[in-house]
Design a binder for this molecule. Structure first.
Ligand SMILES: [Zn+2]
Length: 231
């Protein structure tokens, strides 16, 4: 793909969807496809609402209980995935394609397990991060572009940020002034970037960032569309 791609995503967890409508309204206003990574608990609590979300957005898996994968073994991870997939199937009559690990904590075993359970892509690995924020779990190579993990059929869609590892994630967008991102994107526009929000976050600045990315001619795709492009 030659175009500059932005993967817009929202993590929906802890039964909290407080500001999700506001974020989705921004997406709607700018005609942006996105993937909502929801936990099984959220699906249980908001299954009617989730059907509405699914009309415009891809619904993917953010585990069942949001327990961090470094605190549970593969057997428990497997149970979480199986419970999620069966609930998802009951609601949407199809299988989920994408996964994002709680707190981005994933390891090679976890990625393999996702492949076994039929997931087509994972979007957990943060390929670069400011030096003071360390990775947890994943130890393999961390390319900035979507790629296939060594010998597996599952596509890793990295949570790539701007240069210097500045993420395009909710808390960062809220804390850093808008002009800072404007300067970053004036200097350099990465070929691939992931925009990542949480359902409980709200900021006028989210809209500012989306406007900025639009003005830089980013094409917005959801996870399933990115997978189709990289098959
Ligand atoms: Zn989460």
């Amino acid at each position: 793909m030659n175009k500059k791609i932005c993967f817009a995503s929202v993590d929906v967890e802890d039964g909290e969807a407080d500001h999700l409508d506001e974020i989705l309204n921004i997406f709607k206003r700018y005609d942006i496809p996105a993937t909502l990574f929801v936990t099984g608990q959220v699906l249980e609590k908001f299954h009617d609402l989730a059907k509405d979300w699914a009309r415009d957005y891809e619904i993917a898996c953010h585990s069942f209980t949001h327990r961090f994968w470094n605190l549970i073994n593969n057997e428990e991870r497997k149970k979480e995935l199986e419970a999620f997939v069966s609930l998802y199937f009951n609601i949407f009559q199809k299988k989920p394609e994408g996964f994002r690990a709680p707190s981005h904590i994933i390891d090679e075993k976890g990625i393999k397990l996702l492949e076994e359970k039929g997931f087509l892509y994972d979007s957990s690995v943060v390929p670069h991060y400011p030096p003071f924020k360390k990775y947890r779990g994943y130890k393999g190579p961390k390319p900035l572009l979507p790629h296939y993990v060594n010998g597996l059929k599952i596509l890793e869609i990295p949570v790539s940020g701007q240069m210097f590892g500045i993420p395009l994630a909710g808390a960062w967008i809220r804390k850093l002034p808008g002009w800072f991102y404007k300067i970053l994107f004036f200097i350099y526009c990465p070929q691939f970037i992931t925009l990542s929000f949480h359902s409980w976050e709200k900021s006028e600045k989210f809209e500012e960032i989306i406007k900025l990315l639009k003005s830089k001619n980013y094409q917005f795709l959801n996870g399933a569309e990115i997978y189709q492009n990289y098959r």
